[in-house]
Design a protein around this ligand. Structure first.
Ligand code: LEU
Length: 500
């Protein structure tokens, strides 16, 4: 495409890529994952995963996008015809994620508001407020009524996202990230400084950094490190290929990948420190052990943090900052997730950007309403689990194997990256992508599948599967959704590319 949109500045691209990488995964996923997988010792597998898979793959995706200058399916199709399907599969995975990711941002918006009056204090506990007063939770598979207090902020999130996307790459995505990311960094620094100066913060940090070296012998710890790096760096989502396709011809690739990777990990470390300092404070206030208050994900943000906020001096302000940071980190990631299919649809169907946004974004927005009801939380949790394990990780495995082994494209890509970058790639880069990454991802897939299919036996002696949810619910909204993404990918490849 001749008139492909471009980033205005290198910083603009970097901020957008960082904005994609730095998301909910950094704030609520990393701290608990590190803690549960060896604490201080986790940094070893984490660093190993970053250097052997995270950054090499990021370099690969940046190079593919930059060299072929197209959305993920378009760029892959130029590597080899057969690869187009993997691109659409990744786009479909991103599409599905974009139907529930904004729901969490919508909750965070409401919680910024709730923080002022600490609405949860009238309830038995913050957990009871979240699951009862706010979400009015039903059973898994029972969707009940729509919740206006989720629906309205969700519509607001979509309005912002579609507005930013509608303004294009330079005037929309770049400008938004130039505002969001510095603002997020400032807010987050304030939160962390405040958290580490709280009473009990040191106990929290002790718990976070205490190394359990024996964990390094456990395969699942290494799998967790790779999983975290993949999700956190937005790799194998079609995102980074799409973003890199808007880079001007003369752009450094390798350096940009290192900067993005290290910025993302620094933010992750900062989040770990902030979150555990705050958990240490909560534990000390309640005369509990840190291990008793640790949580990750939705539980950490919407059940544990409100408790921390209530007990803090200037609690309303801290609450607004904390949930505000979730909103900013989430929005910049959400924009990047949606851009994957906007770019793909625009190129494949030869339609204007506006039309692609209306169809793609519009459809995702309508589907996302399915999460704004009383059963939305269970649905979100299930779709997220399956799409990450059997969408992102599996498509990532297909991606590296196809590039390294079938298309044998690594040497060409290396030549391209080296021709524009300061840092030259060595044989280490090809070794990481041809051997280490596929082996670890393959092992990860087998481990995940085994756990999924075997399940666990509960106290009553019954075999249960993911979160103990009903089997038909897991089938319909877990397996079917993950497999549908694969088929949707195949379907899109049937249509021919327009000639231009
Ligand atoms: N990297 C993002 C995060 O850490 C997620 C991705 C799907 C955009 O939350």
């Amino acid at each position: 495409m001749e008139n492909r949109s471009q980033w205005g500045t290198r910083l603009g691209f970097l901020l957008a890529a960082m904005g994609s990488a730095i998301g909910l995964g950094n704030i609520w996923r990393f701290p608990a994952t590190a803690y549960e997988n060896g604490g201080g010792a986790f940094f070893l597998p984490y660093l190993f995963a970053l250097l052997t898979a995270g950054i090499p793959l990021l370099i690969m995706e940046y190079t593919i996008g930059h060299k072929f200058r197209g959305s993920a399916p378009r760029s892959y199709s130029k590597v080899s015809k057969g690869m187009e399907w993997i691109g659409w599969w990744q786009v479909a995975v991103s599409f599905i994620i974009s139907t529930y990711y904004p729901v969490i941002i919508a909750w965070a918006i409401m919680y910024s508001y709730f923080s002022f009056g600490q609405s949860w204090e009238n309830s038995e506990s913050a957990t009871a407020f979240f699951t009862g007063d706010y979400l009015n939770l039903s059973e898994p598979g029972v969707f009940g009524e729509f919740l206006p207090s989720v629906l309205l902020p969700l519509i607001a999130v979509w309005a912002i996202v579609l507005f930013v996307l509608g303004r294009g790459i330079k005037k929309g995505i770049e400008v938004a990230n130039k505002i969001f990311i510095p603002l997020l960094a400032v807010i987050f620094l304030i939160i962390v400084v405040r958290a580490v100066t709280l009473e009990g913060a040191l106990e929290g940090l002790d718990a976070f950094f205490a190394p359990d070296w024996s964990s390094l012998r456990d395969g699942s710890v290494w799998v967790a490190a790779y999983g975290q790096i993949f999700f956190s760096l937005s790799i194998a989502f079609a995102i980074m290929i799409t973003y890199a396709s808007y880079l001007p011809k003369k752009s450094d690739i390798t350096n940009n990948a290192f900067i993005t990777g290290f910025a993302n990990s620094s933010f992750e470390l900062l989040a770990g420190i902030g979150v555990f300092a705050a958990l240490g404070f909560l534990a000390s206030q309640n005369s509990q052990e840190v291990s008793e208050v640790v949580a990750g994900g939705i539980g950490l943000a919407f059940m544990v943090f409100p408790e921390i906020i209530s007990q803090m001096p200037l609690s309303g302000l801290f609450g607004v900052l904390f949930f505000g940071s979730l909103v900013l980190a989430g929005l910049s990631s959400m924009i990047s997730i949606s851009e994957t299919y906007i770019a793909g649809v625009q190129e494949k169907f030869n339609v204007s950007r506006g039309k692609a946004i209306a169809f793609g974004g519009g459809l995702a927005a309508v589907i996302s309403l399915a999460f704004a009801n009383q059963g939305g939380l269970f649905l979100l949790d299930t779709v997220d689990h399956f799409i990450n394990s059997y969408g992102v990780a599996l498509a990532g495995l297909f991606e590296v194997v196809a590039i390294a082994w079938f298309a044998k494209e690594l040497k060409n890509l290396q030549k391209h990256a080296d021709s524009v970058s300061d840092i030259k790639l060595g044989v280490w880069w090809r070794v990481c992508l041809s051997f280490i990454t596929p082996v670890v991802l393959g092992y990860m897939m087998i481990q995940n599948l085994r756990a999924e299919i075997i399940g666990t036996v509960n106290d009553e002696g019954t075999r249960v599967f993911y979160e103990g949810y009903p089997i038909d619910f897991l089938f319909n909204f877990g397996w079917v959704v993950a497999i549908a993404a694969m088929f949707a990918g195949a379907l899109f490849t049937l249509k021919k590319w327009p000639k231009n």
